[in-house]
Design a binder for this molecule. Structure first.
Ligand code: IMP
Ligand code: MG
Length: 177
């Protein structure tokens, strides 16, 4: 284990099992239908890459990048850095997100997508309910976790640790508060 990691919170094996279950649920709910997986860069790439291969519906991919955190662990302004390429109006869209913290990022995004006429659902790997500031309906959720800063399996601290195969708690001394 890396020196910067306090403990492994969710192992690769636990992630794999959960992703399979989520994929099965989505496959059942959207059987024979067309869906767009709207993958939120960059934190969701590992999750999305595994999840899409567990879905048997007719899947297309699109990507958005939204900045909310910068290099700090405190929630900040929301900004669309990269917009989706396809027309999402009238489409069944599943937003694939790494983690829901305050919920502000997804609130803004779901509002924007419904203005565009998309029918959206949310699939998030992780959620920190203790940190929620706005109400969010999450149809597909992997794990609820405590209020700890986690990295790995796509999640970063200052762009590091995305490549870890597990979800780990970052040592406080690394982000210094
Ligand atoms: P929200 O708008 O507060 O829900 O912010 C969600 C975003 O914050 C996620 O997409 C992550 O980029 C980031 N984030 C929140 N908590 C963590 C964490 O524990 N580790 C890594 N990134 C996090
Ligand atoms: Mg991030």
């Amino acid at each position: 284990m890396l020196k910067a990691i306090e403990k492994i919170l969710i192992t690769k094996n636990e992630i794999d099992k959960k992703v399979k279950l989520l994929g099965e649920r989505i496959s059942n709910d959207y059987a024979g239908r067309e869906i767009v997986l709207l993958i939120i860069l960059k934190g969701s790439i590992a999750f999305a890459a595994d999840l899409m291969r567990e879905i048997t519906a007719d899947v297309r991919l699109d990507f958005m990048q939204i900045s909310s955190y910068g290099s700090s662990t405190v929630s900040g302004e929301l900004k669309i850095l990269k917009d989706a390429q396809s027309e999402l109006g009238g489409k069944d869209v599943i937003i694939v997100e790494d983690i829901i913290d305050s919920g502000k990022t997804l609130k803004l995004l779901t509002n924007l997508l419904s203005e565009r006429g998309a029918k959206t659902r949310i699939c998030a790997l992780l959620s920190k309910p203790a940190r929620r500031e706005v109400d969010i309906d999450v149809q597909y959720l992997g794990f609820e976790i405590e209020d700890e800063f986690v990295v790995g399996y796509g999640l970063d601290y200052d762009e590091r640790f995305r490549n870890l195969p597990y979800i780990g708690v970052l040592k406080k001394e690394v982000y210094g508060d």
